[in-house]
Design a protein around this ligand. Structure first.
Ligand code: CUA
Length: 333
C-alpha cells in the first residue's frame, strides 16, 4: 500500500513546489519573465525561441531513442540506419542549431549600443551603488542606490567598480553587465513602461553581496526632468527642533567625513551622497525603508544589517541623538 501511495504524494509535492517556484518567478519587479524594457523583451523572445528549438531537438532525439529501443528494436537495414544517423545526427542538428545561431547573433550587440541620450555613471561600491547623472553642461548630479530613467528613451550606463568585480542587473529591463575596477563597461536601457523595477548585484562580491540591491524607477520624460532638476538642488535646511539638533549631531559625529550633503560642510566622498536621501525608496541599498525609524536602526546597527560594511555601527549614540539624527536625515528630501 505504502509503495503505491508514497510516490504519488511525492510527485504531488514536486508538482506543487514547481508551481510555487514558477509563480514566484512571475511576481514581476525583479523577473526576466516580466520584461518591461526593449532589451529585456528581446532577451525574452530569444529565450523562448531557444527553448522551443531545444524542445524540438530533445523530443526528436528522445523519440528516435524510444523508437529504436522500444517500438522497433529489430535490426534495421543498413540504409535506414545510415539515414537515421546522417539525418537525425548531422543534418537536423546542423539546420536547427544553425538557424538558432543565425537568429541570435544579430541580437548580441543591440543591448550594448552607445547612444546620444542621457548618460548615467554607476560605480559599484562595497556594498552600494554610486549613481551620477551627466548633465548637458558636463556637470553631474550625484545620488545613490537608486536609478531613475525616462520611459521611451535609451539611457547609456557607464559602469565601473571601486574595489572588486560586481555586476549590474535589472532583470525586467535588460541584460547583465560586469562592473570591473579600473575599466569602464557599458550597458544601455530603454524602459517601455513606467514602473519600479528591482535590480540586484549579480556577481559575488563579498560578505554582503546579497544585500546589494537597488530600485530602478522608470518615469514619464517630463516627470524625470522635474525629478532631475530637484535632485540637482542643494539639501533642504532642517525643519523643526529635532532635525535641527540632528544636523548638529551629524556635524559633531563627523558624518560629513564620509558623506556629502550638498549645501553644507559635509563633503565626504567615501559613502553614499545623502543630499536627498529622505526621498529615496530604500536605505542601505535595498535593505530598509526611509522612515525615521529606519534611519535610526541603520545608523545604530550597520554592522549587523550589512556584514563587513565600511560604516561602523553608531550604537554609542544616546537614543535622543539617534532620534534627532534620524529626523534630520529623513527630512533631506
Ligand atoms: Cu556587488 Cu555582488
Amino acid at each position: 500500500m505504502t509503495r503505491r501511495t508514497w510516490p504519488l504524494r511525492a510527485w504531488t509535492l514536486v508538482a506543487l513546489a514547481g508551481v510555487l517556484l514558477l509563480s514566484a518567478c512571475g511576481e514581476g519587479r525583479q523577473s526576466v519573465l516580466n520584461p518591461s524594457g526593449r532589451d529585456a523583451l528581446l532577451l525574452y523572445d530569444l529565450a523562448r525561441v531557444m527553448f522551443v528549438g531545444a524542445l524540438v531537438l530533445w523530443l526528436l532525439v528522445g523519440g528516435l531513442f524510444v523508437y529504436v529501443t522500444r517500438i522497433n528494436p529489430r535490426e534495421m537495414s543498413r540504409r535506414l540506419a545510415e539515414g537515421l544517423i546522417v539525418g537525425g545526427g548531422v543534418l537536423f542538428p546542423v539546420v536547427l542549431l544553425g538557424g538558432l545561431l543565425v537568429y541570435s547573433l544579430p541580437l548580441m550587440q543591440a543591448p550594448r549600443e552607445a547612444d546620444e541620450g542621457l548618460r548615467v555613471h554607476i560605480t559599484a561600491e562595497q556594498w552600494w551603488w554610486r549613481v551620477e547623472y551627466e548633465l548637458p553642461d558636463g556637470g553631474r548630479v550625484t545620488s545613490a542606490n537608486e536609478l531613475r530613467l525616462p520611459v521611451g528613451a535609451r539611457t547609456g550606463l557607464v559602469l565601473n567598480a571601486h574595489r572588486v568585480i560586481h555586476a549590474f542587473w535589472v532583470p525586467a529591463l535588460g541584460g547583465k553587465a560586469d562592473m570591473i575596477p579600473g575599466r569602464e563597461t557599458y550597458l544601455s536601457l530603454l524602459p517601455e513602461a513606467a514602473g519600479t523595477y528591482r535590480g540586484q548585484c549579480a556577481e559575488f562580491c563579498g560578505a554582503s553581496h546579497a544585500l546589494m540591491a537597488f530600485e530602478t524607477v522608470a518615469m514619464a520624460p517630463a516627470d524625470f526632468e522635474a525629478w532631475l532638476a530637484a535632485e540637482a538642488q542643494d539639501a533642504a535646511a532642517p525643519q523643526g527642533e529635532d532635525a535641527t539638533r540632528g544636523a548638529q549631531v551629524f556635524a559633531r559625529e563627523g558624518c560629513g567625513g564620509c558623506h556629502t550633503v550638498r549645501g553644507t560642510q559635509a563633503v565626504g566622498q567615501v559613502g553614499p551622497d545623502l543630499t536627498h536621501v529622505g526621498s529615496r525608496l530604500s536605505l542601505g541599498a535595498g535593505i530598509l525603508g526611509v522612515e525615521a525609524p529606519d534611519f535610526a536602526s541603520w545608523i545604530a546597527h550597520t554592522e549587523t544589517l550589512k556584514p563587513e560594511v565600511a560604516m561602523p555601527s553608531y550604537d554609542h549614540l544616546p537614543p535622543d541623538d539617534l532620534t534627532a539624527l534620524a529626523a534630520y536625515l529623513g527630512g533631506l528630501e
